[in-house]
Design a protein around this ligand. Structure first.
Ligand code: ZN
Length: 320
């Protein structure tokens, strides 16, 4: 008995050495968020990695913890910060959104100091970490009802050095295709670029799964991000470039009811192709969904529920 308690105690102490539980004041409450923050003796750039911004995207969270285990011992240049579960209230409730205010932290831009809980959570990250970071790699995946193929997603910022780096990272490290959206003044990436931080979203692991394949992809992306920042000497990027799409579109229906996808295979589609239909609960209304242009499907809702804001199909089109 004594041995077990003593051992458990020792494990806790060891863990505290490399992951801090940071208290974050969200206004209505204070939460704790795990943060790994290691600065090497070797000079170099700073990479911020976040996972669990959507509280139920497990492949990203699993990969972030694996990276921490690896990076606490291994040698690299510069500084790495890994926040494996940003939206810890969402993780607790097994939801993508933050149950404290019903918002998706990924959608609140760079946050707000005096805003709601999610605004304050993101503001804390931006203020504490991104102002010092050269790149923010935000790991995501599909939630329980979304089928997804792995891809990288970035936004033009009009800061040339950042655009070149992010664009090349997307083209060379996304397995099949990537999304690079044109500049938007109020875009999160554009705002972050003002403090010289590049922002990129990495999507792998649909349906909340944490398959080895999905985790490995996230793990590779973290390594590759360190590589392009010259923090490590090798990465997996190749000279092969994948198609880069600039137009993002999401399909949803105003009908509250049931969604019947024609297929849940991630594929390229042609203009006019039937994607599926939504039926109202009393079957009095039906809305058929057709592709508005030739496009690549990014993710599809596999679940049945359709409501006003529900994304049923997300696509990317128009190569650069
Ligand atoms: Zn996500």
């Amino acid at each position: 008995m004594y041995y077990t308690i003593e051992r458990a105690f020792r494990v806790v102490l060891t863990m505290k050495k490399y992951i801090q539980n940071i208290r974050v004041n969200l206004g209505s409450t204070i939460i704790t968020v795990p943060v790994f923050d290691r600065t090497s003796d070797l000079e170099g750039k700073t990479l911020l990695v976040t996972a669990g911004m959507d509280g139920d995207e497990y492949a990203s969270i699993d990969a972030a913890y694996r990276m921490i285990e690896e990076l606490r011992m291994s040698s690299f240049h510069g500084r790495i910060i890994i926040i494996p579960i940003v939206n810890s209230p969402g993780f607790e409730k097994e939801t993508s959104y933050n149950p404290l205010d019903g918002k998706y932290p990924k959608l609140v831009g760079i946050g707000k100091k005096d805003g709601t809980e999610s605004d304050r959570l993101v503001d804390w990250i931006v203020d504490t970490y991104t102002l010092h970071a050269d790149m923010w790699l935000d790991l995501h995946g599909g939630n329980l009802t979304e089928v997804m193929a792995p891809f990288l997603w970035a936004w033009e910022t009009k800061t040339t050095s950042i655009d070149i780096l992010m664009r090349s990272f997307c083209e060379r490290n996304s397995p099949e295709f990537a999304v690079f959206e044109p500049y938007s003044f109020y875009g999160k990436a554009a705002m972050l670029s003002q403090s010289s931080c590049g922002y990129i979203c990495a999507e792998s692991g649909g349906s909340c799964v944490r398959s080895e394949e999905a985790i490995e992809q996230h793990w590779l992306w973290v390594r590759d991000a360190m590589h392009i920042l010259n923090m490590v000497s090798s990465g997996s990027s190749t000279s092969k470039k994948v198609p880069l799409y600039q137009k993002y579109r999401q399909y949803s229906s105003k009908i509250q009811g049931m969604w019947y996808p024609e297929s849940t295979i991630i594929r390229s589609i042609q203009k006019g192709e039937f994607l599926g239909e939504v039926k109202s609960f009393d079957l009095s209304k039906t809305e058929k969904m057709f592709a508005k242009e030739d496009a690549q499907i990014l993710w599809i809702k596999e679940g049945m529920k359709s409501s006003n804001k529900e994304i049923l199909v997300a696509t990317a089109s128009t190569p650069w």
